[in-house]
Design a protein around this ligand. Sequence first.
Ligand code: ADP
Ligand code: MG
Length: 238
Amino acid sequence: MSEIELRNVGKSYGSLSVLNDISLDMSSGEFVVLVGPSGCGKSTLLRMIAGLEDITAGEITIGGKIVNDMPAKERDLAMVFQSYALYPHMKVADNMSFALKLAGVSKAEISRRVTDAAEILGLEHLLGRLPRELSGGQRQRVAMGRAIVRDPRAFLFDEPLSNLDAKLRVKMRGEIKKLHQRLGKTTIYVTHDQTEAMTMADTIVVLNGGKIEQMGPPLELYRNPRNLFVAGFIGSPE
Ligand code: ADP
Ligand code: MG
């Protein structure tokens, strides 16, 4: 069964059409990368799946349920942003546990989940620090930790590495893939970076001007691009 399904999804702001006729089928555990140039609608699409933005056409189904009118917090998805969005006055451990406390999860369970996530992400020694006392890569790990502790149905990443330098980006790419192998969660990963798409995806979805140009496994797109745009986008070096 498909885990997240989009049927002819569209979005307009007044007369401005931003996304058109997007249909997608993500199976459980799949790592889908949405790739495309700046302004093509990647973040909007992710925010619509997360429930942070209304859709103006079509249907989104999560775990077999139509969620068009379901509030974000009931969708059981965890989003990780480029800006990290950490609470600056809270220590790492509190940043990670905040949402769980709000949700009424027991202290013992919170402690267990935070310990597990910290171990997975190599954050054990940083739990008592404030965000400003961390490097960019460490902050991004905390943002991922905050998503992991919630044990969501799926992860949504919006250009999580674009604030990091090139070397760290390559390292974090590998870490996110390992995390995916370990947790096996359905993941939608947005990037404008072709190399990230090629190295991380089970399925690449190429967006351009609010439409899907092509989707498929990385090698298939690389070998059989449907048009010049896909060829240029997937084929050109970093
Ligand atoms: P991407 O993430 O691919 O860079 P976005 O999804 O952020 O693209 O934006 C897609 C298009 O939608 C852009 O043209 C942007 O200007 C427009 N857009 C995004 N949010 C709004 C909004 N709240 N009102 C009007 N236009 C918007
Ligand atoms: Mg964006």
